[in-house]
Design a protein around this ligand. Structure first.
Ligand code: DCB
Length: 523
C-alpha cells in the first residue's frame, strides 16, 4: 500500500512539476560527459527518466526506447501500432517512414525491448535526420578499426555518420556494430544527429563534395582486344597484361553471380550472348562458402568445368574464381584450394584460355602477411606444378582493395596480377589512386569484379561514377569483369528478372546496369 502511494505520488509529481533537468536525475552527475546532452534533451521534453528519479545512463537502450526518443526528436507523429507494446505507435511511424526494414525491428513487438544494435541505431538516426549525407568509403572506413564486422546493409549509414561527426568511434577506433549502446551514448548520438540535421544541406550534414577530376594519364595505353585464337597465351610485361606477341591486351566481360545459384547464365548461349556484345572474357564465380564448393564439391566443380568449357568454345578467355567471401581468410581452406587448383590446372594445362583467380575477396581479420600472401604462395605453387605460365590473379584484404599491401610485399613469380574490386556507388578517387601507385611500383592490376551499384550489390545505379571508373581503366589498359550476369532483383544484375538463358538477348532483356556495361565491352 505504502509502495503504491509512493509510485502514485511520484507519477503526480512528474505531471505537475516542470520537466526535470538532468541535474534532477539522481544518477546523472553534473560533471559527467553526458550531463549536458541529457539536460538539454530533457528540457526539450525528448527524454524522461524513470519514476524513481533516475535516468540509468549505463543501461543498454532498447529498440523501443531508441526509436521513441528519435521519433520525438524528429517530430514524427505516432501511428496506430500493430501490437499492444507501449512504443508500437512510434515504431510503426518509424517503419513507415523507412527508417529501418521490417526484419530489423519486427512490428509484432517481441524484440522491442531487446538492445538495439549500434549499426541499426545509426541507420535509424541517419535516415531520420541526415538522409542525404554520404561518407567517402576510403576516408571513413579507415577510421573504423572493426569495419569488417559491419553488415553490408549498414555501410552507407555508418560511413555517413562518421563523415558528419555523428559517430566518432571509441578510443580504440572501433565501432562495435553488433553491440548495444548505453542510454547516455544514445542520448549523445541523437543530439548530434539532430543538431547536424537541422544545419541544412549546406551544413556538415550536406551531401559529400564532388570528387576531384582525375589528372589525365601521360601515356594512355593502347590495347587490342580479340579472343584466344588471336592472342594466344597471355603474359604480364611491366605490370601490363599482354598477348603472346607482347602487345598490350584488354579483357572485358561479365562475371557470373554465384555459380551454384545461377548456373543457367553460365551456359553456352548466355556466354555467347555476352560475346555477341563484344566481351572477350567470362568470369566463373565459384563460391566456396554459402552453400558453394565446400558444401557440395563434386556438383559445383562439374558446374565450373561446364562453364569454363562453354567460354572456351566461344574463343573467350575465362577466369576461374575461388569466390571466398563469408570464409573471410583464404588460408582457412588452403588445403582444399591446393587440391582443387591442382586438378583444374592439370586438366587445362594446354589451354591458353584459363586464368586463375585464387581468392576473390579476403575480408574479416585476414591480413596480407599472415593470411593472403602465404595462401597465395602455396596455391601458386600448386598451379605452377601443372601450368607453368598461366596468368594468376591474387586478391588482397578488405575485399581486394588493399593492393598497396600487395604492392609493398608482392608474391614471387611470373605472370601475376593483383585484383582490385570496386563498386561505383561506394568507391571513388581514393581507390583509383591506389591503382596508379601500385602500377608505379610495378604491380599489375586486373579488375576482376566491379559493379555499378553500392558495395552490397544494390543501390543506384551509379552510371556516371561507373563511367569515370571505366574511362580510368581504359586509359591504363586495365582489364575488367562486371558483377554480375544474373537476373536477381538487385541493381548490379545485368538481366531483367526472368530473362531466358536459351536464346539471344536484345536490349529489352538488359537492366540499366546491363545496358551500360554491355555497351562498354569494346572500350
Ligand atoms: C563482393 C562479393 C560478391 C558480392 C558483391 C556485392 O562483396 F565478391 O559476392 O555479391 O561484392 O556485394 C553479393 C551479391 C548478392 C549476394 C551477396 C552474398 O550481389 O546477391 O546476396 O553477394 O553472397 C563485397 C564487396 C565489397 C565490399 C563488401 C562486400 N566492401 N561484401 O567494400 O565493403 O561484404 O560482400
Amino acid at each position: 500500500m505504502k509502495k503504491r502511494l509512493l509510485i502514485l505520488s511520484a507519477l503526480l509529481l512528474c505531471l505537475v512539476l516542470p520537466v526535470p533537468r538532468a541535474a534532477a536525475f539522481s544518477d546523472v552527475a553534473p560533471s559527467s560527459w553526458y550531463a549536458a546532452a541529457v539536460g538539454e534533451m530533457t528540457a526539450s521534453g525528448l527524454l524522461r527518466g524513470y519514476e524513481d528519479g533516475t535516468f540509468r545512463p549505463d543501461r543498454t537502450i532498447s529498440g523501443a526506447e531508441f526509436v521513441t526518443i528519435t521519433a520525438r526528436a524528429a517530430g514524427l507523429a505516432p501511428r496506430s501500432g500493430q501490437c499492444s507494446h507501449w512504443a508500437a505507435g512510434y515504431t510503426e511511424a518509424a517503419l513507415q517512414a523507412g527508417w529501418y526494414d521490417w526484419d530489423e525491428l519486427p512490428p509484432t513487438g517481441e524484440t522491442f525491448d531487446q538492445p538495439v544494435p549500434r549499426q541499426v541505431a545509426v541507420k535509424i538516426l541517419m535516415k531520420a535526420f541526415l538522409p542525404e549525407a554520404r561518407g567517402d568509403y576510403m576516408t571513413e572506413s579507415r577510421k573504423i578499426a572493426d569495419f569488417a564486422q559491419l553488415d553490408g546493409r549498414y555501410y552507407e549509414a555508418v560511413l555517413a555518420a562518421y563523415a558528419t561527426g555523428v559517430v566518432r568511434g571509441d578510443s580504440g577506433g572501433t565501432f562495435r556494430p553488433k553491440s548495444g549502446l548505453s542510454r547516455a551514448e544514445a542520448c549523445i548520438l541523437i543530439q548530434r544527429a539532430l543538431q547536424r540535421g537541422s544545419a541544412g544541406p549546406a551544413g556538415p550534414g550536406g551531401p559529400a563534395q564532388p570528387e576531384q577530376p582525375i589528372a589525365p594519364v601521360p601515356q594512355p595505353v593502347t590495347t587490342i582486344q580479340g579472343g584466344v585464337s588471336q592472342n594466344g597465351w597471355l603474359q604480364v610485361i611491366d605490370a601490363q597484361l599482354c598477348n603472346e606477341a607482347g602487345q598490350p591486351v584488354a579483357l572485358r566481360g561479365m562475371s557470373s553471380h554465384g555459380l551454384h545459384w545461377f548456373p543457367q547464365y553460365t551456359n553456352a548461349q548466355s556466354i555467347q550472348n555476352t560475346a555477341a556484345y563484344g566481351a572477350n572474357v567470362f568470369r566463373v564465380a565459384m563460391y566456396t562458402g554459402e552453400g558453394g564448393y565446400l558444401s557440395q564439391p563434386a556438383a559445383v566443380k562439374a558446374q565450373a568445368i561446364a562453364a569454363i568449357d562453354a567460354a572456351i568454345a566461344q574463343d573467350m578467355y575465362v577466369i576461374l574464381d575461388w569466390h571466398i567471401l563469408s570464409d573471410g581468410s583464404p588460408f582457412s581452406h588452403v588445403t582444399e584450394a591446393e587440391a582443387f587448383f591442382t586438378e583444374i590446372a592439370e586438366r587445362y594445362q594446354d589451354s591458353p584460355a584459363l586464368l586463375y583467380e585464387i581468392c576473390n575477396e579476403p575480408n574479416g581479420g585476414a591480413t596480407w602477411a599472415g593470411d593472403v600472401k602465404p595462401y597465395a604462395q602455396r596455391v601458386l605453387a600448386a598451379i605452377r606444378a601443372q601450368s607453368p605460365k598461366a596468368v594468376v590473379l591474387i586478391g588482397s584484404p578488405t575485399w581486394s582493395q588493399d593492393i598497396h599491401l600487395a604492392a609493398a610485399d608482392p608474391v614471387e613469380g611470373e605472370n601475376l596480377l593483383y585484383t582490385l574490386h570496386f563498386y561505383a556507388g561506394t568507391h571513388g578517387a581514393d581507390l583509383r589512386s591506389r591503382i596508379d601507385s601500385a602500377r608505379a611500383a610495378g604491380t599489375g592490376i586486373f579488375v576482376s569484379e566491379w559493379g555499378t551499384s553500392r558495395a552490397d550489390g544494390s543501390g543506384g545505379v551509379f552510371i556516371e561514377e561507373s563511367k569515370v571508373w571505366l574511362d580510368f581503366l581504359d586509359q591504363r589498359g586495365i582489364s575488367w569483369c562486371n558483377w554480375s550476369l544474373c537476373d536477381k532483383n538487385e541493381t548490379s544484375a545485368a538481366l531483367q528478372p526472368g530473362t531466358p538463358a536459351d536464346r539471344p538477348w536484345t536490349g529489352a532483356d538488359l537492366t540499366a546496369s546491363g545496358s551500360f556495361v554491355f555497351s562498354r565491352f569494346g572500350g
